[in-house]
Design a protein around this ligand. Structure first.
Ligand code: SF4
Length: 350
């Protein structure tokens, strides 16, 4: 969306004004191609356009090849330290390779560039506190934003000197403010697509908060072209949170929005359980539909009039509304069925 330069990971464009690309990473054993392919399929169906898979050693070679050949979406090979694995992943057909240049000697990087040129695939080059060159660490005293940006400048300069420009840049930090600051610096310095994410962000709740703040702050400033929400939890949640971030800031509305009241002493309807049920029912939906779950009849429909559909109720009955007009009043167990039918019909029509 935000860089002028565009690169392609397989058939997926990154940058150049194209929509922000969601990606996630498998956490299965790469040696287990069945389990990995199953998870890739789930990640892709959930809404990610790209998936990253570790290629930790040559024992995974056969399995990794099978994964690339059978994946429903382009595969990014995740490589650390060993350039031979990067070259091999490229030869096996990986659609993009992620490396940290600071962890590899220049002559090894040259081999990766050569292979990437031959296969015409992009490289994501990453900089983080762990890959910072020793002299930069000494100069700046700690992995500051300036140090990380200088490290990226060196890396980009090296690749450009070798006439390689199919780059996606990524500067990671586990500190949200630092991640925001350094990516804004990188955006001013280069016009390559930028990969956003808060690294080592924590579990589902804390990690979602950190990633949402970091990623959304930058996207709203037109910084960032592909995102990965990093969580110590299922990669499917990573995709869910990524979709919710893009939905919340109106960058991509190809997913539902479910609004629900926080409940209070007036609540006469099981808002929390109903909200969870609807979230589950709509988890793969790609439609721009807003569904409200409200706790009381008195305030609910009025407060949720922005929604396309809504559900509320009282001790005796369930109520379904469309915009702010009541279209069903009856048994609570029937109300959810009526709501879902209305939403499904709406999805088919739009
Ligand atoms: S919609 Fe009703 S139950 Fe929900 S918070 Fe508002 S007043 Fe309370």
């Amino acid at each position: 969306m935000n860089s002028r330069k565009i690169i392609y990971a397989g058939n997926v464009p990154i940058g150049g004004g194209f929509p922000v690309v969601i990606q996630s990473m498998t956490n299965t054993n790469t040696n287990d191609s069945s389990a990995t392919l199953k998870q890739i399929k789930q990640i892709h169906e959930r809404g990610a356009q790209l998936v990253r898979v570790s290629y930790p050693d040559k024992s995974c070679r056969t399995s990794f090849k099978k994964i690339i050949d059978n994946s429903p979406c382009p595969v990014i090979a995740d490589i650390h330290f060993d350039y031979k694995l990067a070259v091999d992943a490229i030869e096996l057909g990986a659609h993009k390779v992620r490396i940290n240049p600071g962890n590899m000697p220049k002559k090894h990087l040259e081999e990766i560039i050569k292979a990437a040129k031959e296969r015409n695939i992009p490289l994501r080059i990453g900089v983080n506190s762990g890959s910072l060159e020793k002299d930069l660490l000494k100069k700046h005293g700690h992995p500051s934003e300036d140090a990380l940006a200088e490290s990226m400048k060196r890396a980009v300069g090296f690749f450009e000197d070798k006439d390689f420009s199919q780059l996606v840049l990524s500067v990671k930090s586990s500190d949200v403010l630092s991640m925001i600051k350094v990516n804004m610096m990188i955006k001013k310095m280069f016009d390559y697509p930028i990969h956003l994410g808060v690294t080592e962000a924590g579990g589902l709740l804390r990690g979602s908060v950190k990633n949402s703040i970091g990623i959304a702050s930058l996207l709203m400033k037109n910084v960032g072209d592909t995102i990965r929400v990093s969580l110590s939890d299922s990669p499917l949640y990573e995709v869910d949170v990524a979709k919710m971030i893009l939905r919340a800031i109106h960058i991509n509305t190809n997913s539902p929005d479910i609004i629900s009241c926080p409940t209070c002493s007036r609540t006469t309807f099981d808002v929390i359980a109903t909200q969870k049920t609807i979230e589950k029912m709509l988890e793969k939906s790609t439609k721009n539909v807003k569904v409200a779950v409200m706790g009381c009849v008195v305030n609910g429909p009025g407060e949720a009039r922005e929604a396309d559909f809504g559900i509320t109720g009282n001790a005796n009955e369930g109520i379904v509304f469309k915009k702010d007009k009541i279209i069903f009043r009856g048994l609570k167990e029937d109300a959810l069925k009526v709501l879902m039918k209305e939403v499904n019909d709406y999805e088919k029509e739009t």
